[in-house]
Design a protein around this ligand. Sequence first.
Ligand SMILES: *Cc1c(COP(=O)(O)O)cnc(C)c1O
Length: 372
Amino acid sequence: MYITVPFVDLKAQYHSIKPQIDVAVEQVLEETAFIGGRYVKQFEQAFASLYGVEYVIPCANGTDSLYILLKMLGIGKGDEVITVANSWISSSETITQAGAAPVFADIDPVYWSMDVQALEQAVTPATKAVIAVHLHGQMCEIDAIHAVCKKHGLYLIEDCAQSHFSEYKDVRAGLTGIAGSFSFYPGKNLGAYGDAGCIITKDEGLATQCRMFANHGALIKHQHQMEGINSRLDGLQASILHAKLPYILEWTKQRQQKAEQYRRLLNDVPQLQLPVDRPNSKHSYHLFVVLAQQRDALLHYLKENGVEAAIHYPALLPLLPAYSYRGYKAEQFPHAYHYQQHCISLPIYPELTEEQLQHVCTIIKQFYQQHG
Ligand SMILES: *Cc1c(COP(=O)(O)O)cnc(C)c1O
């Protein structure tokens, strides 16, 4: 039998909870609660309570959430913000949008997240904040990063777009720094059926400012305290997210189990470097990334055999054409560059079947038998 393994399978997830989703959508339509209203409030409160955080500020996506935070922390012209060389462009483009300059730090070679020493070396008198990214669902060494920020008087923002419910030393992603930024893009661990995002924080003043800024600078209609932007979570997305919330912890557990299975089956493949969970952490496995020899040929071979794999990401942020004006070189980010040349993301999601997962591993082993 021919087995196919898509990279994500949002349809399978929809079908597993179809009655709940359909009701959630229908309620919003019947009440025409499209903007604001009780479904947004309901999700906001349920997410805050499940996540264990005082304030949740919903917004339009996980890029706006970073931008809103930078603006409301007063970051702008003349400031520098440090983020990591390997991430999605939201982590750096929002720094430029806010008027500041993005500065990139290398990653460490084992856990593939922001290297604390590289971070400290990147700090200058102009540095105002750090955006730490818990990429793939792997936690950064956030307590050490926090200590560096404290020492230099920097704001710490956590980009949690890939790390819903990840933990480090029993603290969830987004709860160590001044604020956390989440994306609910459909393919994320907790995904809407369109764009959505939020900010989380324990800081009441910052929460109020962010809420205002995301709503044209007004908490009460027509009472604009400042100019803001239009970045709203719509009622349909909020209602869908609320319907999915009761499953997220179980889904996260299933991702962790799939990761274990991958590790068991791929452990004896010397051409692969498997992901290692940071000690004392809970990885939420948004992505299962391995470093592979002959990566591009493997990617092609997987595709020929019905397996969709992906690359996160095909270029380091500082080496993108968008940042060519900065003149960065690959040698400045040796670990991130090595990672980027070899990384391949294998399919991982709660609905991935045993048979599919085994098929992925069989094809990988076949490839290396044929290609030494
Ligand atoms: C997905 C993602 C974002 C942005 O999320 P959107 O909701 O698509 O704007 C930001 N940072 C990282 C690391 C992401 O993976």
